[in-house]
Design a binder for this molecule. Structure first.
Ligand code: KG4
Ligand code: ZN
Length: 328
């Protein structure tokens, strides 16, 4: 079995995954609450909180899987990208465990982990497919083939989740903004206000959400508080629809260019209701398979890192002692 560790941002995560990378026996996530009073993740606070929690989270993952360290054949860990101090806690823990047990260590890219969540959700899934990762930190499109993953496009400014969070904040809604915006948008008419869909006409596969943010800012500047509250559902629905439209449009273009038979969508934004419904309709229309993992596998977790490890070359004992984390 694979013991997987993930600490790239503000979740301390450990999981036990079968060697096939297609089934998780446990998936423990400790979400740090220390950051809430700062209104964002504070890197140094994250590192220290990981340090305090790491051992207990690993123990919980082993216990939940009914396993002990004797059952572990390799240790997988996120080495990039992420907050450097946060990553180092996971990498040091993984190195220590692997070295003490003379096990191989598998260095995993966090974004490849998000894509690999699809294998846990759909164990029979095989490449080729195109994958969209949309979270608070990343928005990227990948082509996945038997030879590996290649980047097709990414955001030029904010991540999709970040755009939703910032839009929600401008509208006076709570954090995280994605779910808050969805709730506020209920009953709203997404066509009442005209919001720009970033890089809509461009043939490339990149994303941009800065124009959308500015558009909301100008609309709000022209309204008083009473008008905003009366129009809130329409504004929220229009803003959310513009983000969804940009994501769907580029994902479908990528699928067409790659002639991919399947679509994978992961990352926290994949929990979005309107996005899921649009994707289901488009996939059915095009006769393509759609895999959207459940929310617990879409947000940061270690099971997805274990899943990616199954297809990543391992570093044999003790070659990983000089292995380092990377922020990008
Ligand atoms: O993957 P994630 O949990 O954390 C990282 O960013 O790594 O993604 C968080 C993002 C936030 O921006 C949040 O607003 C968004 O995912 N999100 C949603 C929904 N749930 C979370 N966005 C739209 N609709 C949702 N239901
Ligand atoms: Zn992530």
């Amino acid at each position: 079995m694979i013991l997987a560790i993930e600490t790239s941002c503000d979740d301390t995560c450990a999981a036990v995954v079968e060697p096939s990378g297609r089934r998780a026996l446990s998936n423990v996530v400790h979400t740090q609450t220390e950051h809430s009073r700062y209104g964002g993740v504070v890197p140094e606070v994250a590192s220290r909180a990981h340090l305090e929690r790491m051992d207990a989270v690993v123990e919980a993952a082993l216990a939940e899987a009914g396993a002990s360290l004797d059952d572990i054949e390799s240790v997988a860990v996120t080495v990039r990208p992420g907050l450097i101090g946060a990553l180092l806690v996971g990498v040091s823990t993984a190195k220590g465990l692997a070295y003490a047990r003379r096990l191989p260590l598998v260095p995993v890219n966090h974004l490849e982990g998000h894509v690999a969540a699809a294998y846990l959700a759909a164990p029979d899934l095989e490449p080729p497919f195109v994958a969209l990762i949309a979270s608070g930190g990343h928005t990227a499109l990948y082509s996945v083939t038997e030879d590996g993953m290649s980047l097709l496009g990414e955001t030029l400014d904010d991540a999709a989740g970040e755009a939703l969070d910032k839009g929600a904040r401008m509208l006076g809604l709570g954090f995280p903004g994605g779910p808050a915006l969805s709730k506020a948008a209920r009953g709203g008419d997404p066509t009442r206000y005209d919001f720009p869909v970033g890089l809509k006409g461009k043939a490339d596969l990149d994303f941009s959400f800065s124009g959308l943010k500015t558009s909301l800012l100008y609309k709000l500047k022209a309204m008083d508080a009473e008008e905003v509250s009366g129009e809130l559902a329409h504004l929220a629905a229009g803003y959310e629809a513009a983000v969804v439209e940009a994501l769907v449009r580029k994902l479908l273009r990528a699928a067409e260019l790659q002639d991919a038979p399947a679509l994978v969508v992961a990352g926290g934004v994949a929990a979005n209701g309107p996005l899921r419904r649009r994707l289901e309709a488009e996939a059915a229309r095009l006769g393509k398979r759609l895999v959207v993992p459940p929310p617990a596998l879409c947000t940061d977790n270690a099971a997805m890192i274990g899943a990616a490890a199954a297809a990543t070359p391992a570093l044999p004992f003790p070659d990983y002692l000089s292995l380092n984390a990377r922020s990008i």
